[in-house]
Design a protein around this ligand. Structure first.
Ligand code: NAP
Length: 244
């Protein structure tokens, strides 16, 4: 017997985008009972508990832990840090969610998966794991909603910050590629809205982007304007990445 007002949020402690942590708060605000899964008892766990979540400690790579935290929850948000065991964790979650009778599983994926297929894959291990994870969840027959965001703005800022701070340059290996980072709290808003009322969304894929797709030169112009600073390095001597 599962309870649809009881929602499991994995990866709830939060490290990078903290989507799980934000989703936990948004669902508590809406009056849901939230089981927040963390890896360890620490100050992040304590603050989730203080906010009203039922904090559960476990490892997404341990089937017994996953069964213990999923059991009884009607809805699940599945997201965890980029790591080698991502696919294994997804398969474990799928097996457990089927066994436990979960009614809706919101899966955090990546925008790149939209461009991937059997014939067209990427060298990135993580992107392949997300593609395979989506395949697995589709085969599982579970009621899944897929969220595919572009790069989180918070990740972009974290990566760009050191060279902007130290050299007034953005040094990232994007070449001429364009990106449209999306704010992780905005992604969390979407996840929470879906979890609050999943039925109309089941089987759908949501691709989430920022407002504007631009290359790093354009991004650098915005940084320069916002910071009132220009590149200190001559633009004729780039070694790699793009310049600010
Ligand atoms: N960052 C981006 O730009 C971006 C863009 C698009 C999609 N995504 C996807 O978003 C997801 C990550 O989202 P996020 O930034 O919200 O994550 P996050 O803030 O880094 O939080 C992920 C949480 O997962 C927990 N975790 C890791 N391994 C675990 C395990 N074996 N068992 C239990 N918990 C585990 C971590 O716990 P600890 O903190 O204790 O280590 C962490 O708190 C990934 O699927 C990623 O591919 C990211």
């Amino acid at each position: 017997m599962v309870d649809d007002r009881s929602i499991l949020v994995t990866g709830a402690a939060g490290r990078l985008g903290s989507v799980g942590r934000t989703v936990t708060g948004l669902l508590l605000d809406r009056g849901f009972s939230v089981r927040a899964m963390v890896r360890r008892e620490d100050e992040r766990a304590a603050s989730l508990r203080a906010a009203g979540a039922q904090v559960v400690v476990g490892d997404l790579l341990e089937p017994g832990d996953v069964y213990r935290v999923v059991r009884g929850c009607g809805r699940v948000y599945f997201g965890m840090s980029v790591s080698a065991g991502y696919l294994e964790a997804t398969v474990t979650m799928a097996a457990v969610a089927r066994e436990a009778g979960v009614n809706a599983l919101v899966n955090m994926s990546q925008m790149t998966v939209s461009e991937m297929s059997i014939q067209n894959t990427t060298p990135s291990h993580q992107q392949r794991q997300h593609w395979l994870s989506e395949q697995t969840l589709a085969w599982s027959g579970l009621p899944v909603v897929t969220i595919r965001p572009t790069m989180f703005l918070e990740s972009f800022l974290q990566l760009a910050a050191p060279s902007v701070r130290n050299r007034d340059r953005i040094e990232l290996p994007f070449g001429r590629g364009k990106t449209s980072p999306v704010s992780a709290p905005d992604v969390a808003q979407v996840v929470a809205a879906v979890l609050a009322d999943p039925v109309p969304h089941l089987g759908l894929i949501y691709e989430l982007t920022g407002p504007k797709s631009q290359d790093l030169d354009e991004v650098a112009r915005e940084f320069s304007e916002a910071l009132s600073r220009r590149s200190r390095t001559p633009t004729s001597a780039p070694r790699s990445g793009n310049r600010s």
